[in-house]
Design a protein around this ligand. Structure first.
Ligand code: 2P0
Length: 322
C-alpha cells in the first residue's frame, strides 16, 4: 500500500486569512492563487503497512517526532477513517527547493500527502474530494491540487484557468530571511479574526476584489492585476499589524523590495509585490521583465531568487522515495 505524489506550492493573489472554525479549517474569506512550477514542489511517498508500529515522518532526509509529525499523523487518521485501513504509515517527503530557505511548504506538502495517501489506500478520489481533504491538512494546500489559477471558497477549491492560459506570467520568489517564522500563520490569523477592526472591513471588500482579480486574469490585464495584488498584500499586512498582540512579518529587506518595485513601476507597471506570513517577497511579473527585475533584486544584499511559471496540479510517480 504505497504511492507517490508531487504537488507544487502556490502564491495567493487574494489571501486566505482566518478560519470559520479550527476543526473544519473552513476559510473566513475566498482566496485566489497561482499554482507555481516544479521549482517549488514537494514529492511525497506514503506507505501504509503492518510493519510500522507508529507513524514515521522523514522530511528532507530528517526524521521528525515533534509537532510536524503530530500534524501529519492527525491527517493520516482522517485518511484511515475514510478507508477503514488501520495500519500506521511511513511518510517520506522531499522539497525541490533547498532546505533552510524559510519557504513554507505546507501547501505543497499537504496537497502531496493527501494525494499520495489516498492513492496508497486505493481511495480513487476526484480532484474536488482531494482538495477538500488537503484543506483539512492546511488551508492553502487545497489550492495546490489544481494547476494554473485557482479559487478557494468554503470546502473545496476549483480551477479558474489552467496553467497554459497565461504562460508569460512569472513569480520571482525573493528570499531575504531563511529562518522559520516565529509566529505561525495559524496562531496569527486567529488573533487577527478576534482583535483587528481593519479585518472586518477587509472581509466586506473581498468579494469585489476577487471579482476584479478574476476579471484581470481572464482578460490578461497585467496592470490591473498588479495593482490588485499589491493592494491586497498591503491590506492583509495592515490587518496583521492591527492585531493584538501586534504581529509584523515584514522586515527591513521586505520594505526595501516594496520601494524597489515602486521605482521599477515609475514609468509603467511591470511588477507586483506580495507577501505571505513572512518577510520573503513574491514578485509577480511578465516573462519579458524577468531579467531586469532579477538584476535589480540581486543588488539587494544576500538575497536568493527562485523563478516560477504557472504550474501543474497534482501528479503521481512510480519513482518512490522508500
Ligand atoms: C494564503 N497564507 O492564502 C495565505 C496568505 C499565508 C498568507 O494560507 O492553518 O499554512 O494550515 O490552514 O494554509 C498560510 O496558512 O494555514 C496561508 P493553515 P496555511 O496562502
Amino acid at each position: 500500500m504505497k504511492a507517490t505524489a508531487i504537488a507544487n506550492s502556490n502564491i495567493a493573489f487574494v489571501k486566505y486569512w482566518g478560519k470559520k472554525d479550527e476543526f473544519s479549517n473552513l476559510p473566513m474569506n475566498p482566496s485566489i492563487s497561482m499554482t507555481l512550477d516544479e521549482n517549488l514542489s514537494t514529492k511525497t511517498t506514503v506507505e501504509f503497512s503492518d510493519k510500522y508500529e507508529e507513524d514515521v515522518l522523514i522530511l528532507n532526509s530528517e526524521k521528525y517526532s515533534d509537532s510536524k509529525l503530530v500534524r501529519v499523523s492527525n491527517f493520516l487518521d482522517k485518511m484511515r477513517k475514510l478507508s477503514g485501513v488501520i495500519y500506521h504509515a511511513k511518510v517520506v517527503s522531499e522539497n525541490s527547493f533547498p532546505t533552510g530557505t524559510g519557504i513554507a511548504s505546507s501547501a505543497s506538502g499537504f496537497a502531496a500527502l493527501a494525494a499520495a495517501s489516498s492513492k496508497a489506500l486505493g481511495l480513487n478520489l476526484s480532484d474536488k474530494e482531494l482538495s477538500g481533504l488537503a484543506r483539512q491538512g492546511s488551508g492553502s494546500a487545497c489550492r495546490s491540487v489544481y494547476g494554473g489559477f485557482v479559487v478557494w471558497d468554503d470546502e473545496f477549491s476549483i480551477q479558474f484557468k489552467d496553467e497554459l492560459f497565461w504562460p508569460e506570467l512569472r513569480d520571482i520568489l525573493v528570499i531575504v530571511d531563511k529562518d522559520e517564522k516565529k509566529i505561525s500563520s495559524r496562531d496569527a490569523m486567529k488573533h487577527t479574526v478576534q482583535t483587528s477592526s481593519l479585518y472586518k472591513k477587509r472581509l466586506q471588500a473581498l468579494l469585489d476584489i476577487i471579482r476584479r482579480v478574476k476579471a484581470a486574469i481572464g482578460s490578461k490585464d497585467f496592470q490591473s492585476l498588479a495593482h490588485e495584488i499589491m493592494n491586497e498584500s498591503d491590506s492583509l499586512h495592515a490587518c496583521i499589524k492591527d492585531t493584538v498582540p501586534k504581529v509584523e512579518y515584514l522586515n527591513e529587506a521586505s520594505y526595501r523590495i516594496i520601494e524597489l518595485v515602486k521605482k521599477l513601476n515609475s514609468v509603467s507597471t511591470i511588477a507586483a509585490y506580495t507577501f505571505d506570513a513572512g518577510p520573503n517577497a513574491h514578485i509577480i511579473t511578465l516573462e519579458q521583465y524577468v531579467p531586469g527585475i532579477k538584476k535589480e533584486m540581486l543588488k539587494l544584499f544576500g538575497v536568493q531568487l527562485i523563478e516560477s511559471r504557472p504550474g501543474r496540479g497534482i501528479r503521481y510517480s512510480e519513482e518512490h522515495l522508500l
